[in-house]
Design a protein. Sequence first.
Length: 168
Amino acid sequence: MSLVVSDSGPIHYLVLCEAIRLIPELYGELVIPGAVAQELAHPQTPEVVRAWLQALPNWARIRNPRQIEPVMQLGLGEREAISLAHELKASQLLIDDRVARRVAVERGLLITGTVGILELAAERGLLNLPDTLQKLLQTNFRIDAEVIRLALERDAVRSRRGPQRPGP
């Protein structure tokens, strides 16, 4: 299996839509930068997210990067996530913010966001994408409606073909 680093958004929303359990099956190990853990532990963060962080599963750990990218337009959590993904040679960076995604790609990182994670899980037959996206959209998750429409369209095509299992 591989190792992924995550910014706060994907963790926050995967917990809220009850899909965080899929991370080890899809990716293996999850590494959370210290600043991201602080964001997730903030008193304004939903209790269920803070509780998940307090009882961190054995496939997730918190780690600080040795150096932090000096990208002024990004928050500390995003900069730490990009820096740590680069440092650890993570297979992917889980991140939703559009500007942070662009910066990560410019630095050669493979990225995916909350919807991409849910799509991959649906592709592997691990969840019902329309139901899970409905849960996601009942939170304060912000995304272009076209992204959701296209994800559901791809899912409908996959559903007609049947679930795809990972190769050997």
